[in-house]
Every structure is written in structure tokens, then in C-alpha cells.
Design a protein around this ligand. Structure first.
Ligand SMILES: [Zn+2]
Length: 488
């Protein structure tokens, strides 16, 4: 690979570029879906190609190709330089990259079992066995199973001298049951969006124990169809991890992507209320709220050795003791908040997209409550879990979420199951109402495999660690509204 990366870097320099990087990526993908005892779809693909990014006359240029030959690399580099020269005519600010050490390194996702070595028939048999349990009751009208695996073998090189090889591997699995009764209701396991996803091997699929959970998923879906409607009112709200993960994603993660915050290309990224004059003084949440970005955490979907700027993975606070204290940044934008190094949050979807600032793994630091104690301590509340719908405005301020399942909590006891539960809030008010967070024994990473951003649209993956958490006096049961689109 070295000869191809050297060729791109030298060609760019000879054409006058002040900076160049190339990412060569081989992607293996397998996605298996079953529906009502039959194959829904099997997608298997392997692609290889490269993207070349240059800075010339102070502007970015980019081009990509799957033609990995001397001629292909030379032509693509020229194309990147040409697009940079064209955009240099219209830019207002010259690109300035924050310094980063030079690395020569190889980084690989730790895993035990290679999912691409497990036979298709074994994967299908697992999903069929879960399906059989889910559809043992005639009221289940749709049963689905999902297995998804992705491996990206990447080579990154830049004109500063870095050469980084990475092999990123992730696995995903989940089941769902849709029941019909008085109403149509869905229940998913372990979470919605096709299940749980982690940067691990097939061992993650085994650890989920899909078959041991299928009966409960089926029975909860059926029970939901005749459950009472979630009553409206102001109540204390306990969020389970299957909902809190997405709450963190939408109301903190996207709100603190620095390109959004700066209002750059607001038409596709949206904007944010968490503007830079609020850094280190804005009360984002209660004192017990600590939200940590961490691209080094084991199992996280955004856990990497280096981002697509060639910046080493890091851990930093976004919210510290309730105060806004950081953003997701890139080498290009770090200086706008007077930081002299990027946080390493610039990532691209595949080889044919330019990297943009993406949420990394962003987690709520655990507190010291057990879930039993938290429920005993709640007089009039609702416990909600597993996201079903979401909606948040462009500035990441006003939101509404619906969940698959909820239970009433009365005088410290978990009582009747409730359907069609939802809640709404305003981001800083909501996080400031947080008064209790469960401990690390209840803490888990929730994978988001389908975060959409950019123009043209790019998909990214990240995880949000959390444990069940209580928010005081929240508006509940205001009616179903929201987005159930494929991307979050
Ligand atoms: Zn997202």
C-alpha cells in the first residue's frame, strides 16, 4: 500500500498542494434479516477504494476512486487538486490545521470470534430459532431477526509523515415482535434500530442470548396491545438505557458537534443552541451530570485508534459537573474555540466521502443508585424504555421521544404496564432536572449504527453508555409525534 500512498502524496506536492492525505479502505459487509420464518434479505459485499484530500491555495479539494493503479491514483490526485483550486476562488477563510504528532502505527479492534468465519447457515439457524419462539402465539403478526457485520481495513497516510493502518470490526444483532390486539405494538431486543451493535466479534451475538429473551419480547409485545394508555401529566421519569442512549445522542451529541455549533453549512447539519460563548460557563445539566466523549472505550462503535484526520483517539468531557465544557472537533476547526489540538472527531463514511465532524462515543458517567432503590424512592413516576420515535428541532432544544414500553411507578412500586408512552422537554431544562443516576452495574453501551449527517448524506456509528436515570417533573403523555426514520 505504501507505494500507492506515496504516489498520491508526492503527486499532490508536485502539483502545489500544501497538505494531502489518502485513505485506502477495504470494506466487508454482511447483513442478514429474517421475517416470519423466511429470509428477508441477505446483503453481502466487499468494496475497495480510496479518497484523496488536499489543501491547495488554502482550500480543500477531494476526489475518490476504486481504481487502485498508478494511473488511477495520479488522475484522482489531480482531480482533488483541481476541485481545491476551484473552491479556493470562493473561500472566505483559508484552511488552517491544528498540529498533530506524526504516527506510524497499526490499530485493530480487539475481538475473539471473527463473524465472517461463522457459516451463513449457523447465523440463519439462530435467527430462525428466535423466530419460532416469537411466533408461538398467533397474535404476533411480524417477527424479525437481524445480524450485521462490518469490517473496515484502512490505510491512512498524509504529507506530514503519518502512516496508519487500522482494522475496525463491529457486530450487530437483534430481534423484534409486532403484536396485534386492541392496538398494534412492537417490542425489540436488545434495543431498536435492529438491535445492539458493538465493536466486537461474534462473541457479542452469543452474549446477547437472543433465544433466552425471545419469550419475554413476545409476551411484552402481546401485553402492550391491551395495556392502558400512558396517562398525561407532569411526573418523575426514569429512562432505561434503551431510550437514554438516544436522548444523549440527539440532545447532547449533535448539539456539541463544532461544525453545527459554528453554523457552518447549517442547511444540512442543522445548528445548535450550545454556542461557543457558552463554553465553560453554561449550565447544561444538574451538577451530577457528567457526559464524557471517549473514542478509546472498549466495545464502542466509534472506538478507533485514529480518526480520518490522523488524530489519535481521546477521552474528554463534553459536560463536566453540569457545565458545558467541550465539543467534538476536527483539525480544521479546533482553533475556533482556541484549542491547539483536535479532539479527533473527524470521520468519513467509506472511502468516497470527505470526513466531517461526528459524535464519538458519548456516555453519561454512572452515579451510585441501584435501580431497586431508585424505584423505591419514586412516588409518582413512569419508567420508559426502548426508543420508538424521536423528534428534535434544528437547534437541538425542543424534543419529544416515544418509547416501546413503560411502567407506572406509584409509591415506590413498579406497577401496570403502559403503552404509547412519550415525553417532551427542552434540552437544558431536562438535563438540569436530572436528580439520580444508577451505578456502574446498570451501565451499558447502546450502539447507534445509523447516525445520518452531511450533504451528500453520510452514515456514522457511535455508542452511548448510560445507566437508568431519573428526571424530575417531566411532561409526559402529550400525544404521539415524531420521526421513525431510518437515520437518527
Ligand atoms: Zn445522529
Amino acid at each position: 500500500m505504501r507505494k500507492f500512498t506515496d504516489l498520491a502524496l508526492n503527486t499532490a506536492k508536485n502539483l502545489g498542494a500544501s497538505y494531502c492525505d489518502i485513505r485506502i479502505i477495504n470494506t466487508e459487509y454482511e447483513n442478514i434479516k429474517t421475517r416470519n420464518g423466511e429470509i428477508g434479505s441477505i446483503d453481502k459485499s466487499e468494496t475497495m477504494g480510496y479518497g484523496i484530500r488536499v489543501v491547495i491555495d488554502g482550500a480543500w479539494g477531494f476526489a475518490s476512486s476504486s481504481l487502485i493503479t498508478k494511473e488511477g491514483i495520479e488522475n484522482t490526485t489531480k482531480k482533488a487538486v483541481d476541485t481545491g483550486k476551484a473552491s479556493a476562488l470562493t473561500i472566505r477563510n483559508r484552511v488552517k490545521l491544528a498540529p498533530e504528532p506524526v504516527y506510524k502505527d497499526k490499530w485493530t479492534t480487539p475481538y475473539i470470534i471473527d463473524p465472517f468465519k461463522i457459516e451463513l447457515k449457523d447465523k440463519l439457524n439462530l435467527l430462525y430459532a428466535a423466530d419460532e419462539i416469537l411466533r408461538k402465539d398467533k397474535r404476533i403478526i411480524i417477527a424479525t431477526g437481524n445480524l450485521s457485520f462490518l469490517r473496515e481495513h484502512q490505510w491512512f497516510a498524509n504529507t506530514e509523515g503519518s502512516f496508519i493502518e487500522q482494522i475496525l470490526l463491529r457486530s450487530g444483532a437483534g430481534i423484534s415482535a409486532t403484536a396485534i390486539g386492541d392496538d398494534v405494538q412492537i417490542r425489540s431486543y436488545p434495543t431498536s434500530f435492529g438491535g445492539q451493535y458493538m465493536s466486537m466479534g461474534y462473541e457479542m451475538v452469543e452474549s446477547l442470548k437472543l433465544l433466552d429473551n425471545a419469550e419475554r419480547v413476545r409476551d411484552e409485545a402481546i401485553a402492550l396491545t391491551t395495556a392502558d394508555q400512558c396517562p398525561p401529566g407532569k411526573k418523575d421519569l426514569i429512562l432505561g438505557t434503551g431510550q437514554l442512549g438516544l436522548q444523549i445522542h440527539e440532545s447532547v451529541g449533535h448539539a456539541t458537534e463544532l461544525d453545527r455549533v459554528l453554523g457552518m453549512e447549517a442547511n444540512y447539519a442543522g445548528t445548535s443552541f450550545a454556542t461557543i460563548e457558552k463554553l465553560n460557563n453554561f449550565k447544561y445539566g444538574a451538577n451530577i451530570v457528567n457526559l464524557v466523549a471517549d473514542s478509546t472505550i472498549p466495545g464502542g462503535l466509534a472506538t478507533i485508534g485514529y480518526d480520518d484526520d490522523g488524530v489519535r483517539a481521546q477521552r474528554w468531557h463534553i459536560v463536566k459537573n453540569g457545565i458545558l465544557s467541550g465539543y467534538s472537533t476536527s483539525r480544521e476547526l479546533a482553533h475556533t474555540i482556541r484549542e491547539n489540538r483536535s479532539r479527533g472527531s473527524n470521520r468519513a463514511d467509506g472511502y468516497n466521502n470527505i470526513p466531517i465532524i461526528r459524535i464519538t462515543n458519548l456516555s453519561l458517567v454512572p452515579g451510585d443508585w441501584t435501580l431497586d432503590d431508585l424505584i423505591s424512592d419514586t412516588e409518582d413516576g413512569i419508567y420508559m424504555d426502548t426508543n420508538r420515535s424521536w423528534s428534535i428541532d434544528q437547534r437541538r432544544l425542543n424534543f419529544q421521544f416515544g418509547t416501546e414500553i413503560a411502567w407506572e411507578i406509584r409509591n415506590g412500586k413498579k406497577g401496570r404496564m403502559l403503552r404509547n408512552a412519550n415525553y417532551q422537554g427542552i434540552t437544558p431544562e431536562f438535563w438540569n432536572s436530572c436528580d439520580a443516576i444508577c451505578d456502574e452495574k446498570h451501565w451499558q453501551l447502546i450502539g447507534v449504527p445509523n447516525c445520518g449527517k452531511g450533504q451528500p448524506g453520510q452514515r456514522a456509528e457511535m455508542s452511548h453508555g448510560c445507566s437508568p436515570t431519573r428526571f424530575k417533573n417531566i411532561t409526559i403523555g402529550v400525544g404521539q409525534k415524531g420521526n421513525t426514520s431510518e437515520q437518527v
